[in-house]
Design a protein around this ligand. Structure first.
Ligand code: BG6
Length: 484
């Protein structure tokens, strides 16, 4: 199978924070891969803008090093690193002052599509947006790309949206949730809405419960300062897990178009019930030998921020009334794995003897590290000995099914940046979605803050605190194993 690459329109992309970690780790190596794939038109250019004083030659050298450091194998597949570096320019810009804006403007004369990537602290979003407008750079068709966090609660998110709306229209604002750029996340929509097989069963009549797990092996060392002010609820649940929940639970949009999809996601968020205190478990990893504990990493011996959270949620609508959604995410867990499991109900009546056992179908959507789907079906155990039932997986790894090209899918950032250039907002969060997600999250956080709750300790390399297991056990259910 040969993947198709559809070239985009000629563009100028400015990366504010062009020397920062995200730019070096993800954005620039991603753009390089799109260059290698032949997706960049000849005149497309990328302009790094940051505070440091350097010229374009020094910037190109920095990007060359970053590509070697963060994109291990690929540079050898694509010999044209020099060609990519020629597209790069650098301007020292003062986000809060006057310096550099005229030089930036002078560089932006080439291409029709103009995109400005705010890869900077959110406190600078307003300053940059204002200057883009005042310097005449924010034409009606210009696009701005923003990274989370979009506020830390409903009030700050509203304030941010209001500031941005002073200078830009909503159809110019691209709020990135990189989970939406993951291949399997989009496959979720293809599977749900491109097949007749699943949709009739996709409701509380047939689905017992849904589990969403995003487990990481890394701790928060290195970014403990930032993380400790955020925690798993703000860092992961309010955005990434919420988006997965929306895609799994939403009604079919009338078309695969930005507002049609985002309207349906918004309805899911608005239908989420408040979470009961007993339905949330928070945790922090303990020290492990010479490995630091969460509190060591956060450099606060009394931190009560969670780096693990598990919860049971309900969606109050016709489709999902009575089907719980269990979410969990955490750092320093057993394996790095993200998956969604749709666990179907048992058959209403078993025609087999009691010792054949009761079985359930499970559809598992693997997001990472390996992408694919697995459907557990019940069959007769082969051989003599009567009708004994056994569950076997119908396993479809995308790379097995589609060949090696399926492994070579663009990374989330590559895909999302190309969607910005194409002007397609389907995989970006709309302002009202972000606000609705905070409106649901805020009372949960306020609740545990008011109760002065301390997260439970869990062993590094485990599946999280015992209480998270109990969350399901007491409903007669079980989390799936965390394994990659
Ligand atoms: C980021 C969070 O948004 O997502 C990080 O801030 C987290 O804490 C990361 O580690 C996980 O992303 P991925 O793509 O590695 O699953």
């Amino acid at each position: 199978m040969v993947s198709r690459v559809i070239p985009v329109d000629p563009f100028d992309l400015v990366i504010f924070g062009g020397t920062g970690d995200l730019a070096r780790r993800k954005i620039l190596p991603g753009l390089f891969r799109r260059h290698c794939a032949g997706q960049m038109p000849e005149t497309a250019q990328v302009i790094g803008a940051a505070r440091s004083d350097m010229d374009s030659a020094a910037y190109r050298q920095m990007v060359r090093d970053a590509i070697h450091e963060f994109d291990g194998e690929r540079p050898d597949d694509c010999p044209d690193l020099a060609g990519f570096l020629e597209r790069l320019h650098y301007v020292a810009v003062d986000a809060q002052g006057e310096g550099g804006w005229q030089e930036l403007k002078d560089l932006l004369r080439k291409n029709t599509v103009k995109a400005f990537y705010f890869s900077v602290a959110p406190s600078l979003f307003g300053d940059i947006a204002e200057r883009l407008k005042n310097k005449g750079l924010a034409r009606r068709d210009a696009r701005i790309v923003l990274e989370k966090p979009f506020g830390r609660d409903l009030d700050s998110a509203k304030a941010l949206n209001k500031t941005l709306a002073t200078y830009f229209h909503e159809d110019q604002i691209y709020r990135i949730d990189h989970y939406l750029g993951k291949e399997t996340v989009q496959n979720l929509m293809a599977v749900r809405f491109g097949n007749m097989l699943f949709e009739p069963l996709w409701n509380s009549q047939y689905v017992d419960h849904i589990q969403i797990t995003v487990a990481e092996t890394v701790g928060v060392g290195g970014r403990g300062g930032y993380y400790d002010k955020s925690g798993a609820m703000r860092d992961m649940v309010q955005n990434h897990l919420m988006q997965l929940l929306c895609l799994i639970a939403m009604e079919p949009p009338s078309r695969f178009e930005p507002d049609a999809v985002r309207d349906e996601k918004l309805k899911v968020i608005r239908a989420l019930e408040p979470v009961q205190t007993q339905d949330i478990v928070r945790g922090q990893y303990a020290a492990d030998g010479d490995q630091p504990s969460y509190r060591d990493d956060a450099e606060d011996p009394r931190s009560t921020t969670e780096c693990f959270v598990a919860m049971k949620c309900h969606i109050s609508n016709w489709r999902w009334a009575g089907t719980p959604f269990y979410l969990r995410t955490g750092k320093r867990l057993k394996e790095r794995t993200s998956e969604i499991a749709v666990v179907f109900k048992e058959t209403p009546h078993s025609i087999f003897d009691a010792d054949a056992g009761r079985h359930r179908n499970i559809l598992i959507i693997h997001l990472q590290p390996k992408e694919g789907m697995e459907l557990g079906v019940t069959i007769k155990e082969p051989g003599p000995g009567g009708m004994r039932l056994v569950d076997v997986p119908l396993d479809m790894s995308f790379s097995d099914a589609l060949g090696p090209d399926a492994e070579d899918v663009p990374d989330a950032y590559e895909r999302l940046i190309m969607d910005v250039i194409r002007g397609n907002q389907t995989l970006f969060m709309r302002g009202d979605e972000v606000e609705a997600a905070w409106a649901w999250t805020d009372p949960i956080i306020e609740g545990w803050e008011e109760r002065g709750e301390v997260p439970k300790l869990y062993d590094a390399g485990s599946t999280g605190p015992e209480d998270a297991l109990m969350l399901m056990h007491r409903d007669g259910r079980k989390w799936r194993e965390i394994r990659s």
